[in-house]
Design a protein around this ligand. Structure first.
Ligand code: NAD
Length: 482
C-alpha cells in the first residue's frame, strides 16, 4: 500500500522537501506507520523564508479588514471540515476522537476568528503632554516570524500562534511537531482554498533538530514564538537571544491542584478527573500534583481512586473510551520510567501504573492506565519533574502556608487550581501561588483575551488577546511638538 506523503506548504504551493527524503509517521493507537512526513532541512527553510520575504510588504499593507476576511474564511473551512480534521488529529495523536471533535478542532477555528476580529479592535496608544507635545505609538508588523509548536494539542496550538502573527500583518514560517504533522498539512490545504496569498504562511515539516533549529537560527526570521518543553526552550533562547530576536516561550509545567476541606466536594472530584487525565494527561495545564486538606483526604482519595479505576482506556475512535493512546512508544517508555521511579522513591500505586493492551487493532498501540500515586514527599523527583502523561500524585496537607510551600517548590509555574468556598482563601492563594494562571473552582476555563503563559521555567512572555499582538508587532513612538 502506498502511504500518504505529507507535503510542505511553501510560496502558496504544496511541495516535496528538497532532500526528497521522508520520515515515518506512526498511528500511536495502532503502533504502525500510516503516512510519511517531509524530512526537511535548512534548504526548505531558506525557501520558505524567501517566499515569506517576498510576500511581507504586500501582506503588511493589506488592510486589516481584508486580512481578517481571509482568516475568517479559513475558520469557516475548519468548521466545515470538522469531521475530517478531528479524525486526523485523533489518528495522529492517539487522543479520543470525541475530544478532538469537541475541543481541538473547534478551538482551532476559534483561534482564527478570535485574532481575525481582535485585530480590528487593536488600537494605538496616544500620550498627551499638556500642550507641549503629543505622542502616538505605531504598531508595525515585525516582518517574517517563526512559529514552532508541540504534539499535544496539534492544530489548537499551531493556530494559537499563527493566527495573531498573520492578523497583525506578519508573514510566517511555521513548524508543527514532527510527531503530529497531519492537521497542519490539512490546514495548509484550507489556506490555499481560502485564498491566503502565496508566501504569507509557509509550513515546513520535519525534525526539531533540523527544521526547528534552522528557523531559530535564521538571521531574517526576526521573532520566534515557541511552545514545547523547557529544555528545548532553553536551547532556542541560547541561539535566538544573542541574535536579538523577540522570543515568546511557552514551556513545561508541574501544576498543583489544591483541594481545601471547605470545597464543593463533588465538583472538585469531577473536575479533578478531567484536570488529571484529559488528553491522557498530556496537556501542559493538567494538574499532576494533587494536594488534599487532611480532614477530607481519605474521603477524596477513596472516591477519586474508585472513579479513576473505572475509566476506560481504549480505541480512540470508540465513543466510550475515556483515554486513548499516549503519543508515541518513546513517550510511553518515558512515562512508565516515572512510574518506576515513583516506586523507588517510596510511592504506592493506588490504581494504574501499568501499560494496557486493548486488543484487536490496538494490540500494538501505546496505552497506559490512568495512575494515582500516594506516599511521596513533595520534593522528590516524581513531584518535581514534568511527566506529561496519565500519572498524578496525591498528598495530604494541613495549612495554607504548608501547601503553598509544596505548590511553589518546583522550577515550574504554569497553572494552578484551587478548590475552596472561602473567597479570602481563594484570593490569598491567587496572590501567593507562583503561577501564570490560577483557576479557582474550575479548570481550563479559557477566555482568549486573558494573558496566557508561565513564570519561572514555564516560560517567558504572555500570549492571548492583545499580548499576542504586542509580541508580533514592533512599536514606534512618534512625538510631535505642539
Ligand atoms: P518539544 O520541546 O520536544 O518540541 C516542541 C517543538 O519544538 C516541536 O515542533 C519540535 O520539533 C521542536 N524542536 C525540537 N528541538 C528543537 C530545536 N533544537 N530547535 C527548534 N525547535 C525544536 O516538546 P514536545 O514534546 O513536542 O511537547 C511537550 C512539551 O510541551 C511539554 O513540556 C509541555 O508542557 C509543553 N507544552 C507547553 C505548553 C504551554 O502553553 N506552556 C502547551 C503545550 C505543551
Amino acid at each position: 500500500m502506498r502511504l500518504l506523503k505529507i507535503q510542505n506548504y511553501i510560496g502558496g504551493s504544496l511541495v516535496a522537501p528538497n532532500s526528497g527524503k521522508y520520515l515515518d509517521n506512526i498511528n500511536p493507537a495502532i503502533g504502525e506507520v500510516y503516512s510519511q512526513i517531509p524530512d526537511s532541512d535548512r534548504h526548505d527553510i531558506e525557501q520558505a523564508q524567501q517566499a515569506a520575504e517576498k510576500a511581507k510588504e504586500s501582506w503588511a499593507k493589506t488592510p486589516k479588514n481584508k486580512r481578517s476576511e481571509i482568516m475568517m474564511r479559513i475558520a469557516d473551512l475548519i468548521d466545515q471540515n470538522l469531521e475530517e480534521l478531528a479524525k486526523a488529529e485523533s489518528i495522529d495523536n492517539g487522543k479520543p476522537l470525541k475530544l478532538a471533535k469537541a475541543v481541538d478542532i473547534p478551538r482551532a477555528s476559534s483561534n482564527m476568528r478570535f485574532f481575525a476580529t481582535g485585530i480590528l479592535h487593536y488600537s494605538n496608544e496616544s500620550h498627551d503632554m499638556d500642550g507641549i507635545a503629543i505622542n502616538y505609538t505605531l504598531r508595525k508588523p515585525i516582518g517574517v516570524v517563526g512559529c514552532i509548536s508541540p504534539w499535544n494539542l496539534p492544530l489548537y496550538l499551531f493556530t494559537w500562534k499563527i493566527a495573531p502573527a498573520l492578523a497583525s500583518g506578519n508573514c510566517v514560517v511555521a513548524k508543527p511537531s514532527e510527531v503530529t504533522p497531519m492537521t497542519a498539512y490539512l490546514f495548509s490545504k484550507l489556506c490555499i482554498e481560502a485564498g491566503l496569498p502565496a508566501g504569507v504562511l509557509n509550513i515546513v515539516h520535519g525534525l526539531g533538530s533540523k527544521v526547528g533549529a534552522s528557523i531559530t537560527s535564521h538571521p531574517k526570521i526576526k521573532a520566534i514564538s515557541f511552545t514545547g518543553g523547557t529544555a528545548t526552550g532553553k536551547h532556542i533562547a541560547s541561539v535566538a537571544a544573542p541574535m536579538f530576536k523577540k522570543l515568546s516561550l511557552e514551556l513545561g509545567g508541574k501544576n498543583p491542584n489544591i483541594i481545601f476541606a471547605d470545597c464543593d466536594f463533588e465538583k472538585a472530584l469531577k473536575t479533578t478527573m478531567h484536570s488529571s487525565f484529559a488528553n491522557q494527561g498530556q496537556i501542559c495545564l493538567c494538574g499532576s500534583r494533587i494536594f488534599v486538606q487532611r480532614p477530607i483526604y481519605d474521603k477524596f482519595k477513596t472516591a477519586f481512586v474508585d472513579k479513576v479505576s473505572k475509566l476506560k482506556v481504549g480505541n480512540p475512535m470508540d465513543s466510550d473510551s475515556n483515554l486513548g493512546a499516549v503519543v508515541s512508544k518513546e513517550h510511553q517508555e518515558k512515562v512508565m520510567s516515572y512510574v518506576a521511579l515513583a516506586q523507588e522513591e517510596g510511592g504506592t500505586i493506588l490504581t494504574g501504573g501499568v501499560t494496557v493492551n486493548p486488543g484487536g487493532i490496538n494490540e500494538k498501540g501505546y496505552f497506559i492506565r490512568p495512575t494515582v500515586i500516594e506516599g511521596l514527599s513533595f520534593d522528590c523527583r516524581t513531584n518535581q519533574e514534568e511527566i506529561f502523561g496519565p500519572v498524578v500524585t496525591i498528598m495530604p496537607f494541613d495549612t495554607e502556608e504548608e501547601v503553598l510551600t509544596y505548590a511553589n517548590s518546583t522550577e515550574y509555574g504554569l497553572a494552578a487550581t484551587v478548590w475552596t468556598q472561602d473567597v479570602g482563601k481563594a484570593t490569598r492563594m491567587g496572590a501567593n501561588l507562583e503561577s501564570g494562571i490560577v483557576w479557582v473552582n474550575c479548570w481550563l476555563v479559557r477566555d482568549l483575551r486573558t494573558p496566557f503563559g508561565g513564570v519561572k521555567n514555564s516560560g517567558v512572555g504572555r500570549e492571548g488577546g492583545f499580548n499576542a499582538f504586542n509580541f508580533f508587532t514592533e512599536s514606534t513612538n512618534v512625538c510631535i511638538a505642539l
